[in-house]
Design a protein around this ligand. Structure first.
Ligand SMILES: [Zn+2]
Length: 197
């Protein structure tokens, strides 16, 4: 049996979203079709409006609807520390810890196996901020996977050239976890971040 073309099209498009497999896409498509018309139109309009209005902050790269984001605009922030993260959602997570420094958001999925891994990363913007002289510490808070590790090493190299200190969060072992089952990167970094007992 073939699905109606427009339904198939909706499912195909939903399936392009991360973590959405064919079954979930089908379920979401059918759910959307059962929504009241006004709600479905609001959803479509919200996607288009966000797509049009949201852009990377010209200073830190965080997604926002103004030229500079509210963190870059906030002069109470500590400009001597920059925390480098992969995505705007990571900024939100770090904000919840009470961090009061500034950010640099890469905004790009990078894969080390990809020859063009560095293309599209605004590294000139990053170097310019270090060249400004106010930055004393760069905290590399990229995801602790292979891609994040290699990118961190690269950014540490760039940062070192400016004589700026490079740190990263001491990724600990998960509470309730088992050392035997911790992956190598987590365990190595937990050991690196060890403190006085
Ligand atoms: Zn900003």
């Amino acid at each position: 049996m073939r699905l109606a073309l427009s339904l198939e099209n909706l499912i195909d498009n939903l399936q392009k979203l991360p973590t959405i497999g064919p079954k979930t896409a089908q379920r979401l498509a059918l759910y959307i079709l059962k929504m009241p018309e006004a709600e479905a139109r609001n959803l479509a309009a919200a996607i288009l409006e966000a797509r049009d209005r949201i852009k990377p902050c010209i200073e830190c790269g965080m997604l926002c609807d103004t030229e500079r984001c509210n963190i870059c605009e906030d002069d109470q922030r500590d400009s001597s520390t920059i925390c480098v993260v992969g995505e705007t959602s990571d900024v939100m997570a770090i904000e919840r810890t009470g961090y009061r420094g500034r950010y640099f958001v890469l905004n790009k999925d990078f894969h080390v196996m990809d020859d063009n891994a560095l293309d599209g990363l605004n590294l000139k913007l990053f170097s310019d901020r270090l060249a400004g002289g106010a930055v004393r510490e760069v905290v590399l808070a990229l995801n602790p996977d292979i891609d994040g590790e290699i990118m961190s090493r690269y950014l540490a190299g760039v940062t070192n050239k400016f004589g700026v200190r490079v740190t990263r969060p001491a990724h600990g072992l998960p509470v309730g976890g088992n050392i035997e089952y911790a992956d190598e990167i987590t365990l190595r970094r937990a050991l690196e971040g060890r403190r006085e007992f």
